[in-house]
Design a protein around this ligand. Structure first.
Ligand code: ADE
Ligand code: ZN
Length: 327
């Protein structure tokens, strides 16, 4: 489904780094991260906690704003090949300057410049969602929120939380979400991936997000599903990620179709594509196979993504035009 123009709302920038890109930087900087790769040079991990460890080890070779700029260029090229016209990349001050606002500004400037250059060459429109890491705790999340508020603008447009959902509770992070909301940032939270419906409900109530990263385990509580539908909460569903990490055994057992049939606003993203051996066009191909979704349904999901995007109105119009519809 490469030719279908697509929008994705949930893409971790480091998680989109091709393994060869990370291996090349590691060689250049003489950092030994051989343990993150298998014999074929792909990322290797056994389960979700191990995935997070491997992710952070791979990220450790990205040291400078220039490294991140090169990564943005590489990722934008890959997205363009997959027919992606708009993507929101999750960026973490924890990995880019350790939560220091002034260092973070330098990373943002470098990433934004690379994003604009890629767009000028016909690549996707890119925006950044500052993402705190749940297992790093609420204090570091506060610093991430301050970084987000300080750099909010044409490129940094949202704030969210990723990391290990089993650590802490959403309300521990309410201060940082309040700060981000007051600054005018769009809000999203990973929930309902490793935690059940309670985790989704708490993210909606305690963090007052309009979007949920994953959210798929809401399906275990149909009253919650109906509430998500009524409130228009948008799910950033990443089916290939869920299957690769063992949340569901097969594509036809993934709840995205049930959620959609019950009226929830679902969108489709890749999360960390090379880690899960996927691309956004692969996700669409697999959904078409598993649920018989045709191009009209799939184009509809992209319009939902454009409507839920954390961007200004003129950008949304441009994205809708690139998707081939005006909504
Ligand atoms: N960081 C990168 N990918 C993630 C995922 N699937 N869940 C939580 N944190 C993540
Ligand atoms: Zn994610």
């Amino acid at each position: 489904m490469k030719s279908l123009p697509k929008a994705e709302l949930h893409l971790h920038l480091e998680g989109a780094a091709p393994p060869a890109f990370i291996a090349g930087l590691a060689r250049q900087k003489k950092i030994d991260i051989a343990r993150v790769f298998d014999e074929r040079g792909d990322y290797a991990f056994d389960d979700f906690p191990h995935f997070l460890e491997v992710y952070e080890a791979a990220t450790s070779v990205l040291k400078t704003p220039e490294d991140y700029a090169r990564l943005v260029t590489a990722v934008a090229g890959e997205l363009a090949e997959q027919g992606v016209v708009y993507a929101e990349t999750f960026l973490s001050p924890d990995f880019c300057g350790g939560g220091d606002v002034s260092a973070w500004r330098d990373y943002v400037a470098a990433m934004q410049e690379a994003a604009l250059a890629a767009e000028a060459q016909g690549g996707p429109i890119l925006r950044g969602v500052v993402t705190c890491i749940r297992h790093f705790g609420p204090d570091r999340a506060r610093r991430a929120a301050l970084c987000a508020a300080e750099t909010m603008g044409d490129f940094i447009t949202g704030y969210g939380i990723a990391g290990n959902e089993m650590m802490g509770r959403p309300k521990d992070f309410a201060w940082s979400f309040d700060l981000a909301r007051e600054a005018g940032l769009g809000l999203t939270a990973h929930a309902g991936e490793w935690g059940g419906p309670v985790s989704v409900r708490e993210a909606v109530e305690d963090l007052r997000v309009t979007r949920i990263g994953h959210g798929v385990r809401a399906i275990e509580d149909l009253a919650l599903v109906d509430r998500l539908a009524e409130d228009g909460i948008v799910l950033e569903v990443c089916p290939g990620s869920n299957i690769a990490l063992g949340l569901y055994p097969r594509w036809d057992r993934h709840p995205i179709c049930q959620l959609w049939e019950r009226g929830v606003k679902v969108t489709v993203s890749t999360d960390d594509p090379p880690f899960f051996h996927t691309t956004l066009s692969d996700e669409y191909d697999r959904l078409a196979q598993a649920f018989g979704w045709d191009e009209e349904v799939l184009a509809g999901l992209n319009r939902v993504a454009a409507e839920a995007a954390f961007c200004d109105a003129p950008t949304r119009e441009r994205v809708l035009a690139r998707l081939g519809g005006t909504g």
